[in-house]
Design a protein. Structure first.
Length: 153
């Protein structure tokens, strides 16, 4: 069963040892970079979670609050280790993240920027309900800006 776990003294080495396939490395920060971003964005309520199958760390994610327009949660990083991909873990973990954020309910939506060539990632986000906003950030013109809106509760 997939679960989100805090990064602790006991699991951080396993989490920073995670990696994606060689052809995916230019789409994501490595886990040490993700932990560093969590620290840098701490004033934006950044949270880094390990993703676990109950026995092993299988991924890591970073989400932060973004008060600029559009005010939303910003899913900065989301990775599943190459050994655990194509097993449904990404979809399960993404649903857990969205459930957690929906319960917090500081914002009505979650934004993620995804490289146009990251086909597997795009399919997971679209399967969950993220939609292309059409916005193109000039700093990352090869990325799609996707938005997930929480259903009215």
């Amino acid at each position: 069963m997939i679960q989100l776990v805090d990064v602790t003294e006991q699991n951080w080495i396993e989490i920073v040892s995670l990696s994606v396939a060689e052809d995916q490395k230019h789409f994501l920060a490595n886990p040490i970079g993700i932990l560093a971003r969590g620290y840098v964005y701490r004033s934006c309520n950044a949270r880094v979670y390990g993703i676990s199958d109950g026995e092993h760390a299988v991924g890591v994610t970073l989400v932060r609050d973004m008060d600029e327009e559009p005010a939303c949660y910003d899913l900065q990083q989301f990775m599943i280790d190459h050994r655990f991909q194509n097993k449904g873990y990404g979809t399960q973990a993404l649903r857990l993240i969205l459930d957690l954020l929906a319960k917090e309910h500081h914002y009505d939506q979650v934004e993620v920027c995804v490289n146009k060539n990251a086909g597997a990632a795009l399919r997971v986000y679209q399967k969950i309900g993220f939609q292309d906003t059409g916005y193109v950030d000039e700093r990352v013109p090869d990325c799609l800006n996707l938005m997930y809106r929480f259903p009215d509760l």
